[in-house]
Design a protein. Structure first.
Length: 214
């Protein structure tokens, strides 16, 4: 039980007082443009889109330091998203109007990011519920044993399926650890008690040669 106790104890020291911008809808963080403060705070792993006020034509959204640029119209169903992979404070340009976006790590008292070696030990020492938040096609290509598939895009509307594990340990994973960060937040915001996020996702899991089922 040693490694499990270390991971569990780590929950007690984590926390974040920063107010994060926008709301999460179907796994996407929706930000409002324009922003009164010209500053946004989002989590690493977030997929973001902008709800644009009074827009009649496409708007170019750029985060040059992250190599991101997309056209946004304010149509939340059709607009592309920007993927927030790297923590830091970055310049954001909406057309030519500058703003700032800060990407922070998700730290909560009942949340822990763990690497594949720690996840493997966790699985040997306890019996967490395993949640795969990738697509059905990705899942069919290989997944962790006993993993339940609920893609992050439908997780919010599918939480009733997880009522029986609301108070259990939950290990969440995706391909590289970004979608699983979004999924972890959805779970915790809805009262789930303890969530482990597989950092590096199934890519790192395979790299370490841990078992995969098809």
């Amino acid at each position: 039980m040693g490694r499990y106790l270390v991971l569990l104890t780590a929950f007690l020291s984590l926390g974040s007082a920063q107010v994060v911008s926008g709301t999460v809808q179907n796994g996407i963080r929706i930000l409002e443009w324009p922003s009164p403060s010209n500053k946004y705070i989002v989590y690493r792993g977030d997929y973001i889109k902008f709800r644009v006020a009074n827009s009649e034509q496409p708007n170019t959204v750029r985060i040059p330091e992250l190599g991101l640029e997309e056209q946004m119209t304010g149509n939340l169903e059709k607009d592309p998203y920007l993927k927030m992979k790297k923590p830091g404070i970055w310049k954001l340009f909406f057309n030519r109007t500058p703003a700032t976006i800060e990407v922070i790590n998700y730290d909560k008292p009942n949340y822990q990011e763990i690497r594949s070696t720690e996840a493997w030990e966790l699985l040997q020492e306890t019996d967490p519920f395993i949640l795969d938040v990738r697509t059905p096609m990705e899942y069919a290509g290989g997944h962790l044993k006993d993993a339940t598939l609920i893609p992050v895009q439908v997780l919010q509307s599918s939480l009733a399926q997880l009522d029986s594990v609301r108070n259990s340990d939950i290990l969440v994973y995706c391909r590289t650890g970004n979608r699983s960060t979004v999924a972890s937040k959805i779970l915790l915001d809805n009262g789930f008690k303890r969530v482990y996020n597989l950092q590096g996702g199934i890519v790192d899991w395979k790299r370490k040669s841990y078992p995969i089922e098809k």
